[in-house]
Design a protein around this ligand. Structure first.
Ligand SMILES: NC(=O)c1ccc[n+]([C@@H]2O[C@H](COP(=O)([O-])OP(=O)(O)OC[C@H]3O[C@@H](n4cnc5c(N)ncnc54)[C@H](O)[C@@H]3O)[C@@H](O)[C@H]2O)c1
Length: 373
Protein backbone atom coordinates (compact mmCIF):
# COMPACT_ATOMS: atom_id res chain seq x y z
CA UNK A 1 0.00 0.00 0.00
CA UNK A 2 1.24 3.51 -0.73
CA UNK A 3 1.12 6.28 1.86
CA UNK A 4 -0.36 9.63 0.90
CA UNK A 5 -0.88 12.15 3.73
CA UNK A 6 -0.59 9.26 6.16
CA UNK A 7 -3.40 7.27 4.48
CA UNK A 8 -2.56 3.90 2.96
CA UNK A 9 -3.84 3.53 -0.56
CA UNK A 10 -4.35 0.27 -2.44
CA UNK A 11 -1.92 0.26 -5.39
CA UNK A 12 -3.79 -1.25 -8.32
CA UNK A 13 -2.41 -2.48 -11.66
CA UNK A 14 -4.71 -2.54 -14.67
CA UNK A 15 -3.82 -5.56 -16.80
CA UNK A 16 -5.44 -5.22 -20.22
CA UNK A 17 -5.82 -1.54 -21.12
CA UNK A 18 -8.58 -1.99 -23.72
CA UNK A 19 -12.20 -0.90 -23.85
CA UNK A 20 -13.60 -2.03 -20.50
CA UNK A 21 -10.64 -0.70 -18.50
CA UNK A 22 -10.92 2.69 -20.15
CA UNK A 23 -14.71 2.96 -19.80
CA UNK A 24 -15.29 1.38 -16.41
CA UNK A 25 -12.28 0.55 -14.26
CA UNK A 26 -10.01 3.57 -14.64
CA UNK A 27 -12.78 6.17 -14.05
CA UNK A 28 -13.83 4.10 -11.03
CA UNK A 29 -10.29 4.04 -9.60
CA UNK A 30 -10.04 7.81 -10.13
CA UNK A 31 -13.04 8.50 -7.89
CA UNK A 32 -11.90 6.20 -5.06
CA UNK A 33 -9.61 8.04 -2.61
CA UNK A 34 -8.55 4.70 -1.09
CA UNK A 35 -7.06 3.49 -4.41
CA UNK A 36 -4.18 4.47 -6.65
CA UNK A 37 -3.72 3.49 -10.29
CA UNK A 38 -0.11 2.34 -9.83
CA UNK A 39 0.64 0.38 -13.01
CA UNK A 40 -0.70 -0.46 -16.44
CA UNK A 41 0.01 -3.54 -18.51
CA UNK A 42 -0.93 -4.36 -22.09
CA UNK A 43 0.51 -6.65 -24.73
CA UNK A 44 0.08 -3.91 -27.36
CA UNK A 45 3.04 -1.53 -26.98
CA UNK A 46 1.36 1.29 -28.89
CA UNK A 47 -1.75 1.19 -26.73
CA UNK A 48 0.38 0.84 -23.60
CA UNK A 49 2.30 4.05 -24.40
CA UNK A 50 -0.98 5.87 -25.08
CA UNK A 51 -2.61 4.72 -21.84
CA UNK A 52 0.52 5.51 -19.81
CA UNK A 53 0.21 9.11 -21.01
CA UNK A 54 -3.59 9.41 -20.97
CA UNK A 55 -3.97 7.77 -17.58
CA UNK A 56 -0.81 9.35 -16.09
CA UNK A 57 0.74 6.10 -14.83
CA UNK A 58 4.46 5.76 -14.10
CA UNK A 59 4.85 1.99 -14.23
CA UNK A 60 4.02 0.36 -17.57
CA UNK A 61 4.75 -3.20 -18.67
CA UNK A 62 3.94 -5.65 -21.45
CA UNK A 63 4.54 -8.60 -19.10
CA UNK A 64 1.56 -9.35 -16.82
CA UNK A 65 3.23 -12.30 -15.08
CA UNK A 66 6.26 -10.22 -14.04
CA UNK A 67 3.95 -7.42 -12.87
CA UNK A 68 2.02 -9.88 -10.71
CA UNK A 69 5.27 -10.58 -8.80
CA UNK A 70 6.13 -6.88 -8.36
CA UNK A 71 6.31 -5.27 -4.90
CA UNK A 72 5.05 -2.03 -6.46
CA UNK A 73 1.41 -3.19 -6.50
CA UNK A 74 -1.12 -4.64 -4.04
CA UNK A 75 -3.93 -5.61 -6.41
CA UNK A 76 -4.69 -6.29 -10.07
CA UNK A 77 -7.71 -5.76 -12.29
CA UNK A 78 -7.56 -8.25 -15.17
CA UNK A 79 -9.37 -7.06 -18.31
CA UNK A 80 -7.60 -9.03 -21.03
CA UNK A 81 -9.15 -11.49 -23.53
CA UNK A 82 -10.73 -14.51 -21.85
CA UNK A 83 -8.01 -17.06 -22.72
CA UNK A 84 -5.40 -15.06 -20.78
CA UNK A 85 -7.37 -14.75 -17.51
CA UNK A 86 -6.28 -18.10 -16.06
CA UNK A 87 -2.48 -17.67 -16.23
CA UNK A 88 -2.64 -14.04 -15.09
CA UNK A 89 -5.11 -14.55 -12.23
CA UNK A 90 -3.25 -17.57 -10.85
CA UNK A 91 0.08 -15.67 -11.07
CA UNK A 92 -1.51 -12.70 -9.28
CA UNK A 93 -2.89 -14.88 -6.48
CA UNK A 94 0.41 -16.72 -6.07
CA UNK A 95 2.15 -13.32 -5.98
CA UNK A 96 -0.10 -12.36 -3.05
CA UNK A 97 -2.08 -9.77 -5.02
CA UNK A 98 -5.77 -9.15 -4.57
CA UNK A 99 -7.47 -9.84 -7.88
CA UNK A 100 -10.55 -8.67 -9.69
CA UNK A 101 -11.00 -10.46 -13.01
CA UNK A 102 -13.39 -9.81 -15.85
CA UNK A 103 -16.01 -12.36 -16.79
CA UNK A 104 -16.06 -15.03 -17.97
CA UNK A 105 -13.28 -15.93 -15.53
CA UNK A 106 -11.91 -18.57 -17.90
CA UNK A 107 -12.54 -20.69 -20.98
CA UNK A 108 -14.24 -23.44 -18.97
CA UNK A 109 -15.05 -24.48 -15.39
CA UNK A 110 -11.83 -26.51 -15.07
CA UNK A 111 -9.76 -23.34 -15.56
CA UNK A 112 -12.04 -21.32 -13.32
CA UNK A 113 -11.81 -23.85 -10.50
CA UNK A 114 -8.02 -23.56 -10.58
CA UNK A 115 -8.28 -19.76 -10.46
CA UNK A 116 -10.70 -19.89 -7.54
CA UNK A 117 -8.56 -22.36 -5.61
CA UNK A 118 -5.37 -20.33 -6.22
CA UNK A 119 -7.01 -17.16 -4.89
CA UNK A 120 -8.73 -18.95 -1.98
CA UNK A 121 -5.50 -20.71 -0.95
CA UNK A 122 -3.44 -17.50 -1.23
CA UNK A 123 -5.99 -15.77 1.04
CA UNK A 124 -6.30 -12.76 -1.26
CA UNK A 125 -9.50 -10.86 -2.05
CA UNK A 126 -10.97 -12.23 -5.29
CA UNK A 127 -13.81 -10.76 -7.30
CA UNK A 128 -15.59 -11.52 -10.58
CA UNK A 129 -16.68 -8.46 -12.59
CA UNK A 130 -20.36 -9.35 -12.83
CA UNK A 131 -21.40 -5.79 -13.59
CA UNK A 132 -25.18 -5.96 -13.58
CA UNK A 133 -25.47 -7.04 -9.95
CA UNK A 134 -24.56 -3.40 -9.26
CA UNK A 135 -27.37 -1.78 -11.27
CA UNK A 136 -29.58 0.16 -8.84
CA UNK A 137 -32.75 -1.52 -10.12
CA UNK A 138 -31.14 -4.95 -9.70
CA UNK A 139 -30.10 -4.11 -6.13
CA UNK A 140 -33.62 -2.94 -5.31
CA UNK A 141 -35.24 -5.93 -7.02
CA UNK A 142 -32.99 -8.18 -4.90
CA UNK A 143 -34.03 -6.34 -1.75
CA UNK A 144 -37.73 -6.71 -2.57
CA UNK A 145 -37.31 -10.40 -3.31
CA UNK A 146 -35.19 -11.23 -0.23
CA UNK A 147 -37.44 -9.21 2.09
CA UNK A 148 -40.45 -11.24 0.94
CA UNK A 149 -42.28 -8.33 -0.75
CA UNK A 150 -42.82 -10.40 -3.92
CA UNK A 151 -43.97 -13.51 -2.04
CA UNK A 152 -42.61 -16.91 -3.06
CA UNK A 153 -40.57 -16.57 -6.28
CA UNK A 154 -42.00 -18.71 -9.07
CA UNK A 155 -40.54 -17.53 -12.38
CA UNK A 156 -37.33 -15.79 -13.43
CA UNK A 157 -37.12 -14.40 -16.97
CA UNK A 158 -34.18 -12.70 -18.71
CA UNK A 159 -33.85 -11.15 -22.16
CA UNK A 160 -30.65 -9.51 -23.43
CA UNK A 161 -31.08 -8.36 -27.04
CA UNK A 162 -28.41 -6.30 -28.79
CA UNK A 163 -28.23 -4.96 -32.35
CA UNK A 164 -24.50 -5.16 -33.00
CA UNK A 165 -22.63 -5.04 -36.32
CA UNK A 166 -22.10 -8.35 -38.11
CA UNK A 167 -18.44 -7.59 -38.87
CA UNK A 168 -15.59 -9.31 -37.00
CA UNK A 169 -15.47 -9.17 -33.20
CA UNK A 170 -11.70 -9.89 -33.09
CA UNK A 171 -10.69 -12.37 -30.37
CA UNK A 172 -14.29 -12.58 -29.15
CA UNK A 173 -15.40 -14.65 -32.15
CA UNK A 174 -13.07 -17.61 -31.65
CA UNK A 175 -13.61 -20.48 -29.23
CA UNK A 176 -9.92 -20.85 -28.37
CA UNK A 177 -9.76 -17.18 -27.27
CA UNK A 178 -13.26 -16.53 -25.90
CA UNK A 179 -14.58 -19.99 -24.89
CA UNK A 180 -18.03 -19.21 -26.33
CA UNK A 181 -19.84 -16.21 -27.82
CA UNK A 182 -23.02 -14.59 -26.55
CA UNK A 183 -23.29 -17.29 -23.86
CA UNK A 184 -19.98 -16.40 -22.14
CA UNK A 185 -20.06 -12.70 -23.06
CA UNK A 186 -23.62 -11.75 -22.16
CA UNK A 187 -25.81 -14.57 -20.85
CA UNK A 188 -23.28 -15.53 -18.15
CA UNK A 189 -24.02 -12.21 -16.36
CA UNK A 190 -27.72 -13.12 -16.32
CA UNK A 191 -26.97 -16.62 -15.06
CA UNK A 192 -24.96 -15.04 -12.24
CA UNK A 193 -27.63 -12.60 -11.09
CA UNK A 194 -30.29 -15.30 -11.30
CA UNK A 195 -28.20 -17.53 -8.98
CA UNK A 196 -27.74 -14.57 -6.64
CA UNK A 197 -31.48 -13.86 -6.60
CA UNK A 198 -32.92 -17.36 -6.48
CA UNK A 199 -30.17 -19.69 -5.27
CA UNK A 200 -28.78 -22.79 -6.97
CA UNK A 201 -30.12 -24.23 -10.21
CA UNK A 202 -30.86 -27.95 -9.98
CA UNK A 203 -30.74 -28.60 -13.74
CA UNK A 204 -30.67 -26.78 -17.08
CA UNK A 205 -31.43 -27.40 -20.73
CA UNK A 206 -29.77 -25.06 -23.21
CA UNK A 207 -29.11 -24.24 -26.84
CA UNK A 208 -26.79 -21.97 -28.83
CA UNK A 209 -26.66 -20.93 -32.50
CA UNK A 210 -24.48 -18.93 -34.84
CA UNK A 211 -25.90 -16.89 -37.71
CA UNK A 212 -23.23 -14.28 -38.60
CA UNK A 213 -20.03 -15.66 -40.21
CA UNK A 214 -18.05 -12.46 -39.35
CA UNK A 215 -15.48 -13.00 -42.11
CA UNK A 216 -14.84 -9.24 -42.63
CA UNK A 217 -13.28 -6.76 -40.21
CA UNK A 218 -14.93 -3.34 -39.70
CA UNK A 219 -12.26 -1.84 -42.01
CA UNK A 220 -13.00 -4.37 -44.78
CA UNK A 221 -10.23 -6.98 -44.39
CA UNK A 222 -10.94 -10.69 -44.62
CA UNK A 223 -10.63 -12.79 -41.46
CA UNK A 224 -11.32 -16.36 -40.34
CA UNK A 225 -14.96 -17.28 -39.74
CA UNK A 226 -16.42 -17.09 -36.24
CA UNK A 227 -16.85 -20.43 -34.48
CA UNK A 228 -18.89 -19.20 -31.49
CA UNK A 229 -22.59 -18.57 -30.84
CA UNK A 230 -24.31 -15.25 -31.39
CA UNK A 231 -27.57 -16.49 -29.82
CA UNK A 232 -27.87 -18.45 -26.56
CA UNK A 233 -30.72 -19.63 -24.38
CA UNK A 234 -31.49 -21.88 -21.46
CA UNK A 235 -34.36 -23.00 -19.33
CA UNK A 236 -33.67 -24.08 -15.79
CA UNK A 237 -35.23 -25.47 -12.63
CA UNK A 238 -33.97 -23.88 -9.42
CA UNK A 239 -33.48 -26.09 -6.37
CA UNK A 240 -36.25 -24.01 -4.74
CA UNK A 241 -38.70 -25.18 -7.44
CA UNK A 242 -38.78 -21.82 -9.28
CA UNK A 243 -38.36 -21.85 -13.06
CA UNK A 244 -36.00 -19.76 -15.20
CA UNK A 245 -35.89 -18.78 -18.88
CA UNK A 246 -33.00 -16.84 -20.47
CA UNK A 247 -32.46 -15.65 -24.05
CA UNK A 248 -29.62 -13.53 -25.47
CA UNK A 249 -28.64 -12.38 -28.95
CA UNK A 250 -26.45 -9.75 -30.57
CA UNK A 251 -28.46 -9.94 -33.81
CA UNK A 252 -31.76 -8.35 -32.74
CA UNK A 253 -32.28 -5.67 -35.39
CA UNK A 254 -33.98 -2.58 -34.04
CA UNK A 255 -32.81 -3.17 -30.45
CA UNK A 256 -29.89 -0.67 -30.54
CA UNK A 257 -31.02 1.78 -27.86
CA UNK A 258 -27.86 3.92 -28.04
CA UNK A 259 -25.68 0.82 -27.74
CA UNK A 260 -27.22 -0.29 -24.44
CA UNK A 261 -29.67 -2.66 -26.17
CA UNK A 262 -32.71 -4.25 -24.61
CA UNK A 263 -32.39 -5.87 -21.23
CA UNK A 264 -35.31 -7.14 -19.23
CA UNK A 265 -35.06 -9.40 -16.19
CA UNK A 266 -38.00 -10.14 -13.97
CA UNK A 267 -39.24 -12.17 -11.06
CA UNK A 268 -42.86 -13.30 -10.81
CA UNK A 269 -43.58 -14.11 -7.17
CA UNK A 270 -46.77 -15.32 -5.52
CA UNK A 271 -47.50 -11.71 -4.37
CA UNK A 272 -46.07 -9.59 -7.16
CA UNK A 273 -43.75 -9.06 -10.10
CA UNK A 274 -40.64 -6.86 -10.33
CA UNK A 275 -38.67 -5.94 -13.46
CA UNK A 276 -35.11 -4.68 -13.95
CA UNK A 277 -34.19 -2.91 -17.23
CA UNK A 278 -30.66 -1.81 -18.07
CA UNK A 279 -31.63 1.26 -20.08
CA UNK A 280 -33.54 2.68 -17.09
CA UNK A 281 -31.50 1.42 -14.15
CA UNK A 282 -32.84 3.94 -11.61
CA UNK A 283 -36.45 2.77 -12.05
CA UNK A 284 -38.05 -0.60 -11.40
CA UNK A 285 -41.38 -1.88 -12.71
CA UNK A 286 -43.66 -3.31 -10.03
CA UNK A 287 -47.04 -4.99 -10.35
CA UNK A 288 -49.45 -7.26 -8.55
CA UNK A 289 -52.87 -8.77 -9.20
CA UNK A 290 -55.26 -5.88 -9.90
CA UNK A 291 -52.52 -3.32 -10.58
CA UNK A 292 -50.48 -3.70 -13.74
CA UNK A 293 -46.71 -3.25 -13.97
CA UNK A 294 -45.86 0.43 -13.38
CA UNK A 295 -42.60 2.37 -12.91
CA UNK A 296 -41.38 3.05 -9.37
CA UNK A 297 -38.19 5.09 -8.70
CA UNK A 298 -35.42 3.12 -7.00
CA UNK A 299 -35.05 4.49 -3.42
CA UNK A 300 -31.87 6.50 -2.84
CA UNK A 301 -30.17 3.90 -0.61
CA UNK A 302 -30.02 1.52 -3.60
CA UNK A 303 -28.60 4.04 -6.11
CA UNK A 304 -24.99 3.45 -5.01
CA UNK A 305 -23.06 1.59 -2.30
CA UNK A 306 -23.17 3.26 1.13
CA UNK A 307 -20.12 5.55 1.64
CA UNK A 308 -19.23 5.69 -2.08
CA UNK A 309 -18.48 9.31 -3.07
CA UNK A 310 -20.17 8.77 -6.45
CA UNK A 311 -23.02 11.22 -7.13
CA UNK A 312 -25.79 9.07 -8.69
CA UNK A 313 -27.36 12.11 -10.36
CA UNK A 314 -24.21 12.59 -12.49
CA UNK A 315 -23.49 10.85 -15.79
CA UNK A 316 -25.35 8.34 -17.94
CA UNK A 317 -27.30 6.15 -15.51
CA UNK A 318 -26.71 2.95 -17.56
CA UNK A 319 -22.93 3.58 -17.37
CA UNK A 320 -22.10 5.07 -13.98
CA UNK A 321 -23.24 2.19 -11.75
CA UNK A 322 -20.42 0.16 -13.39
CA UNK A 323 -17.93 2.16 -11.29
CA UNK A 324 -19.36 0.48 -8.18
CA UNK A 325 -17.53 -2.78 -8.96
CA UNK A 326 -14.17 -1.21 -8.18
CA UNK A 327 -15.68 0.40 -5.08
CA UNK A 328 -16.68 -3.08 -3.86
CA UNK A 329 -13.25 -4.55 -4.69
CA UNK A 330 -11.34 -1.78 -2.85
CA UNK A 331 -13.84 -1.86 0.05
CA UNK A 332 -13.28 -5.61 0.51
CA UNK A 333 -9.49 -5.08 0.56
CA UNK A 334 -9.72 -2.11 2.96
CA UNK A 335 -12.15 -3.89 5.27
CA UNK A 336 -10.39 -7.28 5.14
CA UNK A 337 -13.50 -9.17 4.00
CA UNK A 338 -14.44 -11.24 0.91
CA UNK A 339 -15.60 -9.34 -2.16
CA UNK A 340 -19.02 -10.00 -3.69
CA UNK A 341 -19.31 -11.48 -6.30
CA UNK A 342 -16.26 -13.67 -5.75
CA UNK A 343 -14.38 -16.18 -7.90
CA UNK A 344 -16.65 -18.81 -6.29
CA UNK A 345 -19.63 -17.02 -7.85
CA UNK A 346 -17.69 -16.88 -11.13
CA UNK A 347 -17.16 -20.63 -10.90
CA UNK A 348 -20.85 -21.39 -10.29
CA UNK A 349 -21.92 -19.23 -13.24
CA UNK A 350 -19.26 -20.92 -15.41
CA UNK A 351 -20.52 -24.38 -14.43
CA UNK A 352 -24.01 -23.43 -15.63
CA UNK A 353 -22.70 -21.88 -18.86
CA UNK A 354 -20.61 -24.99 -19.57
CA UNK A 355 -23.71 -27.11 -18.88
CA UNK A 356 -25.65 -25.14 -21.51
CA UNK A 357 -23.06 -26.17 -24.12
CA UNK A 358 -23.06 -29.77 -22.89
CA UNK A 359 -26.85 -29.86 -22.85
CA UNK A 360 -27.06 -28.66 -26.44
CA UNK A 361 -24.35 -31.05 -27.62
CA UNK A 362 -26.06 -34.05 -25.97
CA UNK A 363 -29.62 -32.75 -26.54
CA UNK A 364 -30.48 -33.41 -22.91
CA UNK A 365 -31.00 -31.79 -19.47
CA UNK A 366 -27.89 -31.49 -17.27
CA UNK A 367 -27.88 -31.67 -13.45
CA UNK A 368 -26.10 -28.59 -12.07
CA UNK A 369 -25.06 -28.85 -8.39
CA UNK A 370 -23.14 -25.91 -6.86
CA UNK A 371 -19.34 -26.16 -6.92
CA UNK A 372 -17.52 -27.47 -3.84
CA UNK A 373 -16.42 -24.30 -1.94
N1 LIG B 1 -18.13 -6.83 -17.07
C1 LIG B 1 -18.48 -6.24 -18.19
O1 LIG B 1 -19.54 -5.61 -18.27
C2 LIG B 1 -17.57 -6.32 -19.38
C3 LIG B 1 -17.68 -5.43 -20.46
C4 LIG B 1 -16.77 -5.53 -21.51
C5 LIG B 1 -15.77 -6.50 -21.49
N2 LIG B 1 -15.69 -7.37 -20.44
C6 LIG B 1 -14.62 -8.39 -20.38
O2 LIG B 1 -13.38 -7.69 -20.22
C7 LIG B 1 -12.34 -8.39 -20.90
C8 LIG B 1 -11.68 -7.43 -21.89
O3 LIG B 1 -12.65 -6.96 -22.79
P1 LIG B 1 -12.42 -5.62 -23.65
O4 LIG B 1 -13.70 -5.35 -24.34
O5 LIG B 1 -11.82 -4.57 -22.82
O6 LIG B 1 -11.36 -6.17 -24.70
P2 LIG B 1 -10.30 -5.38 -25.57
O7 LIG B 1 -9.93 -6.29 -26.67
O8 LIG B 1 -10.79 -3.98 -25.85
O9 LIG B 1 -9.05 -5.19 -24.56
C9 LIG B 1 -8.24 -6.25 -24.17
C10 LIG B 1 -6.81 -5.72 -24.03
O10 LIG B 1 -5.98 -6.76 -23.50
C11 LIG B 1 -4.72 -6.70 -24.16
N3 LIG B 1 -4.06 -8.01 -24.03
C12 LIG B 1 -4.26 -9.14 -24.76
N4 LIG B 1 -3.51 -10.16 -24.27
C13 LIG B 1 -2.82 -9.63 -23.22
C14 LIG B 1 -1.87 -10.18 -22.31
N5 LIG B 1 -1.51 -11.47 -22.36
N6 LIG B 1 -1.34 -9.36 -21.37
C15 LIG B 1 -1.68 -8.04 -21.30
N7 LIG B 1 -2.59 -7.49 -22.15
C16 LIG B 1 -3.14 -8.28 -23.08
C17 LIG B 1 -5.05 -6.31 -25.59
O11 LIG B 1 -3.91 -5.74 -26.25
C18 LIG B 1 -6.17 -5.31 -25.38
O12 LIG B 1 -5.71 -3.98 -25.29
C19 LIG B 1 -13.00 -9.62 -21.52
O13 LIG B 1 -12.84 -10.73 -20.66
C20 LIG B 1 -14.47 -9.25 -21.61
O14 LIG B 1 -15.34 -10.36 -21.56
C21 LIG B 1 -16.56 -7.28 -19.41
Amino acid sequence: MSSDSGTKRVRVAIIGAGAVSDYHHVPALRMDPRAELAAVCDADEGLLAKRKGDWGVELASTDPIALCASDAIDAVIIATPNFTHHPIATAAARGGKHVMCEKPLGLNAHEVREMYEAARDANVVHMTAFTYRFAPSMRYLRHLLKSGALGTPRHFRSQRFLDWPETSWGWRQYKDKAGAGDLFDMTIHRIDFALDLLGPLARVCGAVARFAPRTTTPDGRACAQSDVDDWSCLIGEFASGATGVWEGTTLAKGYGRNGFGHEWAEINGSEGSAVYRLHEPNTILLGKTGSDLAPVPVPSEFLKPADSPRDPSQGEPATVFRYDLVWEFISAIAEGRPAVPSFYDGLNAQLIADSVLESYEKRTWIETPLAKP
